[in-house]
Design a binder for this molecule. Structure first.
Ligand code: UD1
Ligand code: CA
Length: 457
């Protein structure tokens, strides 16, 4: 079997993004632009990859981690960029697939088909091309009267007649390794942009009498290159749709899919329904038969089966089966919510565990707490976890009942089965089966209103 290499060009500056970070590190559905390209490469059966970095190379390397990097110190053009990978490939044999780091919509399927066509046609180079209505900005693939490829001409260098050609160069190719590096030695930068064009290798190989072929991709959206934030949004739209379609095929319903955004690594069980305006990000897994949304954001969380989350935000937390969250609840990081719990409206939970069957129905703050099973937290309960300097813990035992508007001044503990009267401010431990009342007694002043002397006007 012939070895297949890839060279991903990722050294360009990407000025039009107007960003302080590398263009390639902008994210689409949880993954950077260049990682989408590398993902397509990984799925295409490629044996070894080299990434050519240059502009903001430290950022790119830090993001992508341990990979083979060739450095292009000065961005002198795509041909020059590929030359930098020679140190890794010299003396080797096989096929080199060249791709751009800024075309995240390319799929493994297309790359595989192109490699197959390259082999089947016995080409020295195969250009991946596409027919488009508006070829502006792309290199045009020019063919002779017999239909064989003659050369690629860049937008800047094309004559008016050449500009009318609608077959464009995707910027992706399969080269025979030896032909690629030999041809690169013959190109120059005598063109409008003063760059070493990779595309000039095509003419070189034709002049050598080599076989140059073109593989027309069926779906021209895959060539979209990202140069600015408008194209970033267009690419996001395509990937967002691909991800949601995949979930639909796996048995998940989306009521208004155009309003949802899901990261690439989100998992959702069958018969779950996702309502409008819902965003699911990070390593999130959602069980079967859940109702998520409307207007809900779930980030890096684990949600079991039969859970409902309505108009709420859930960050880095877990929710067990049968629990209902919201509307308007906020689960902050490290909240562990048990089974059949109710976390109702205007409830905030942070860094706390909540036992099974516990009810926190309204207007409550639970922070740094351990709450047992079958607990009832009345409306307006507050765990007072912060004294201005330190955060402290509140522990509430199983079956406890905390009345409305209770302040639990942490560190403090309410033992199993204990009751706390409404309006209490609790500073000391409440014993098992006990009742704590910590508020002043009611005072009645008879006929106070009648006796009251109002100011004369
Ligand atoms: C290139 C092709 C063009 C094709 C288009 C498809 C050439 C000369 N032209 O044009 O035919 O239609 O892609 O999108 O190849 N890069 C480097 N180092 C450099 C220059 C570029 O690494 O010195 C990288 C960029 O980061 C980018 C890729 O190569 O990922 C393409 O470069 P770009 O300048 O965008 O090429 P285009 O002008 O779009
Ligand atoms: Ca480009």
């Amino acid at each position: 079997m012939e070895k297949i290499f890839s060279v991903v060009l990722a050294a360009g500056e990407g000025k039009r993004m107007k960003s302080s970070k590398s263009k390639l590190l902008h994210k689409i559905c949880g993954r950077t632009i260049v990682e989408w390209v590398l993902d397509a490469v990984a799925g295409a059966g490629i044996d070894e990859s080299i990434i050519v970095v240059g502009h903001k190379s430290e950022q790119v390397k830090e993001c992508l981690g341990n990979k083979q990097y060739a450095i292009q110190e000065k961005q002198l053009g795509t041909g020059h960029a590929v030359m930098q990978s020679e140190e890794f490939l010299k003396g080797k044999k096989g096929i080199v697939v060249v791709l751009c780091g800024d075309t995240p919509l390319i799929t493994s399927e297309t790359l595989k088909n192109a490699i197959e066509a390259h082999k089947a046609d016995n080409n020295n180079v195969t250009i991946i091309t596409s027919m488009v209505d508006n070829p502006f900005g792309y290199g045009r693939v020019l063919r002779n009267s017999q239909g064989t490829v003659e050369k690629i001409v860049e937008q800047a260098d094309a004559t008016d007649k050449e500009k009318s050609c609608k077959e464009i160069n995707s910027g992706m190719y399969c080269f025979n390794l030896e032909d690629l590096f030999r041809a690169l030695n013959s190109i120059n930068n005598n063109n409008k942009q003063g760059e070493y064009y990779l595309t000039d290798t095509i003419e070189v190989l034709i002049n050598e009498g080599k076989r140059v072929g073109a593989f027309k991709m069926s779906d021209s959206t895959e060539i979209l290159g990202i140069n600015d934030r408008i194209q970033l949004a267009q690419a996001t739209e395509v990937i967002r749709n691909r991800i949601i379609k995949e979930h639909m095929l796996n048995g998940v319903s989306f009521i208004m899919p155009n309003t949802n955004c899901l990261d690439y690594n989100v998992r959702i069980g069958k018969d779950t329904v996702v309502y409008s305006g819902t965003i699911i990000e990070g390593e999130t897994s959602i069980g079967e038969n859940c109702i998520i949304g409307p207007n809900t954001r779930v980030v890096s969380s684990i949600v079991d089966d039969d859970v409902e989350i309505n108009n709420s935000v859930v960050l880095k937390s877990s929710i067990s089966s049968g629990t209902k969250v919201g509307p308007f609840a906020y689960l902050r990081p490290n909240s562990k919510i048990g089974k059949k719990v109710k976390v109702g409206d205007f409830v905030e939970v942070k860094n706390s565990s909540i036992g099974d069957n516990t009810k926190i129905s309204h207007l409550t703050y639970v922070g740094d707490a351990e709450v047992g099973k079958n607990v009832n937290l009345g409306c307006g309960v507050v765990t007072v976890n912060y004294d201005g300097k330190n955060k402290s813990k509140t522990i509430i035992g199983d079956n406890a009942f905390i009345g409305c508007n209770v302040n639990l001044i942490a560190p403090v503990e309410v033992k199993n089965n204990a009751y706390v009267a409404a309006g209490s401010t609790i500073t000391d431990q409440v014993p098992e089966d006990g009742l704590a009342i910590a508020r002043s007694r009611q005072l009645i002043k008879e006929n106070w209103v009648k006796k009251r002397v109002f100011d004369k006007e």
